[in-house]
Design a protein around this ligand. Sequence first.
Ligand code: DGT
Ligand code: CA
Ligand code: CA
Length: 573
Amino acid sequence: MPVNNRDIAEQFSRLADLLEVEGANPFRVRAYRNVARTVDSHSRGMADMLAQGEDLSRLPGIGRDLAGKIRQIIDTGHLPLLDEVAQRTPPALSELMRIEGLGPRRMKALYEALDIRSLADLKQAIDAQQVRELAGFGAKTEAKLSRGIERLAGNVARTKLIHAEQIAIPLIAWLKGSKGVKAIEVAGSFRRRQETVGDLDILVTARRDADVMERFVRYDEVDEVVSQGKTRSTVRLRSGLQVDLRVVPEVAYGAALYYFTGSKDHNVAVRKLAQKKNLKINEYGIFKGDERVAGRTENEVFGSVGLPFIPPELRENRGEIEAASKGKLPELVELDDIRGDLHAHTHATDGHHGLEQMARAAQALGYEYLAISDHSRHVSVAHGLDRKRLEAQIAALDHLNDKLDGLVLLKSAEVDILEDGSLDLPDAVLKQLDLTVCAVHYKFDLSRTRQTERILRAMDNPYFNILAHPTGRLINERARYEIDLEQVMQAARGSGCFLELNAHPERLDLDDAHCKRAHEIGLKLAISTDAHSTSDLELMRYGIGQARRGWLQADDVLNTRSLNALKKLLRRN
Ligand code: DGT
Ligand code: CA
Ligand code: CA
């Protein structure tokens, strides 16, 4: 991997930090910081420039000596001076310096006032509330350092996509309020619709005189401005989510959008393709030699390497580049393809709304059908349905269906799969339903073999249709239970059962890789919201995002079918 400008800049700013803690000459410290800034914001890669025989010492603020140091980094990946300085700094100090929010000045104060020499020292001082007492610190800084330590340890959960979206939408609206903003888009894992995101990567094109950067750092939710520059700034919001904003020229917008959408693995693979054509792809454009040959749109980027547009959700280097080059990209399922929802609750069990309200919400979405699938008894929700109550609901559904226009409410139930693999309602009532949604809600800790057998056994019941949230995971909260999903998927396909892709953003269960596997073996999935309220029905789009990441086409998805076709598919022989 060629060394990029960001890596070079990071080494110089680390060097500056360490020297500052040592109390080195402030001019020298500033000189290194300047190099970091110059390199980071330079529009061309230092490595490329060197390769083309250009003289780096002609860059502003970079003399012979500094140009030589840049060359060392490019040649060896290391800056010997940094290694040397890091060696004589107490090792814990240079580790501590990696904590976000802990700059050299604060580091020095902690070192001198509280003799903090290690992460453990710092944690202890924070717990004892000593840090907030230091001049220039305060409780807020103390809390920030505490978060920084967690983040360093990798303990901070990634942000669920839905939360990231709730944060991104008002932020984008705020940025659009800046005069001179033209295009604006969130790239990164957010655009790829990954179930969680590490940070937000926002790209903007703007008129020269736009004040978008100033506006960004002034945003009400900003907790800390991590860095601010003309073309790139980073802030940490109160929620803890970090946001990068980059202002890019219009001629390079497509290249930047492409680059920062990632994923990194995908980018690397496409860059290799480009190299074979003697082209260079980076965030500034597509270059033939020194000439920018493309980069205004993403289509131009793909076109230049002879590929069709690859949807962001597929850009994970999981075969999409090969598929694209053979003209075999899947035609991914879209929200518009969805004709109904096969998993929803009412206040008969743990939902918030009644049958009619749910029906009206489904009509508003233009659905042809909505399955009402309230819980059976075993699950620990209040008032799980027994046979008698379910039969009463069935009667109510018949009655309501007579009145409804355009929408059919399907009779269903979310039936517990008991520990021995039997279902929680008698066949005599199950056979009155249009479909069952069957699920594991307890005994998550069975061995893999027993959990798998439990589910296989449940699928032997002729009234079993769809396995709901097949792994039981809750994102960031509960790991999946042990289960041989491959075996379960094969068995489902063999016996006319289906698996659910639960669209709820806390679940997204199946995950993308398992969706892709289902697609490969020809097992159809239901994308279902598991709605507990009318507004939950709108969570479908998260399921669609995950389905697209899993290469699913409309054909792979049960609920893209007309009611008649669906009923045929649900009939097991
Ligand atoms: P995240 O934030 O962890 O959920 O994941 P991403 O994919 O948003 O990653 P992030 O924010 O670190 O970077 C955004 C995109 O920028 C990433 O998807 C690809 C691109 N990128 C970042 N670093 C590199 C790199 O070293 N090489 C290449 N080729 N691309 C990179
Ligand atoms: Ca990101
Ligand atoms: Ca980022």
